[in-house]
Design a binder for this molecule. Sequence first.
Ligand code: NDP
Ligand code: MG
Length: 382
Amino acid sequence: MERAGIAILGSTGSIGRQTFDVCSYLGERISALTTNSNVELLVSQALRCRPRYVAAYEAEAGRRLRRELEGSGIEVGPPGDEGLTLAACGEDTRRVMVAVSGSVGLVPTLAAIDAGKEIALANKETLVCGGSIVMRRVRERGTLLIPVDSEHSAIHECLSRRPEDMQKIILTGSGGPFRGWTRGETERVTPQMAVKHPNWSMGAKISVDSATMMNKGLELIEAMHLFSVRAEDIEIVVHPESIVHSAVQFRDGSILAQLGPADMRVPIQYAVTWPRRLPSQARPISLPELGKLTFLPPDLENTPCLALAIDCAKRGGTAPAVLSAANEAAVAAFLSGRIGYNEIYDCVAAAVEGIGFTGEPTLGELLEADEAGRRFVRERIS
Ligand code: NDP
Ligand code: MG
């Protein structure tokens, strides 16, 4: 068999395409690729890197993929969760990059952990929904799990020496394109305005989350699971330049931070090559060129999504799963023009308020809470 490689779940997305690029640059073998429905790009990626296995989540896309790759020798898997799971668990896969968007990443991530794979996790919704179960399984199996989200990649590095001496995590965020705007002013924000982030180029859903600052709330929950800390141990700091990707403060008051360009290829490459840092295609930063950096407290009054997420983080149980799924549905409705920007918060808050709470949920109960959050928002909008 060929040397074990990397499976990229969601290879046609923003993180997936950059992972493909990083692997090509490093000469890493790619063993499997998946998409939701972008058959054209998946086929062109597959013909370039010749993975053993590919799959599309949508059934019709899967049929087209099969026709396009007929005779290529590349296996085309079934649609749905099964296709993703088989992509994650192939014998010729060593590490799985989970770069799908949304909680659809949860089931294949758990399967990959069970199959003994190393995990590079970009998909934060997986941890927000099922973090307690994922991390328990990671500990039980002794799995290597490296976060790809730039903040968590930074914290992972800063904590690598003396985690027991940590006092708190400092989670930075740019504040998004509407930093300083009031709720009255954000009323008129359109999808085109919301998907343009000042520093990062990302998929549509996470760009909207960055604008509402829901993203920072999801990241706080992600950090709680990854680093076994409480919400109270995480300080959110607004840092408009996106150079300090996050930091850790230790008991003696000193702070270790990780700085770098706002280029996801750096944390992606860290998750591929860890524990090493190898030469990268990203443009290095220069401190004299930057001159100065700015840090501010968050404005919770005008970013109610962040306040709501912090509240759900403290409540725990099924609250983060409902929050995240309701937010996915609300952001999709906003992007397709069915609700206004400020209604994203209204929908998610109503779902969190209206759906029953379970304190110590099983995986089944978490998946039900996720489904209930989505359904609540869809019914409210229609
Ligand atoms: P994109 O929307 O750009 O890409 C998502 C990928 O997942 C695409 O390949 C998409 O396929 C696939 N996909 C979407 N829905 C499904 C589904 N239901 N089943 C199977 N596959 C699906 O997202 P991003 O790359 O921006 O983000 C991916 C994840 O990484 C998110 O969880 C995000 O929060 C996280 N992240 C992203 C960052 C960024 O810079 N972009 C930074 C930090 C974290 P198709 O192409 O057909 O739509
Ligand atoms: Mg991030």
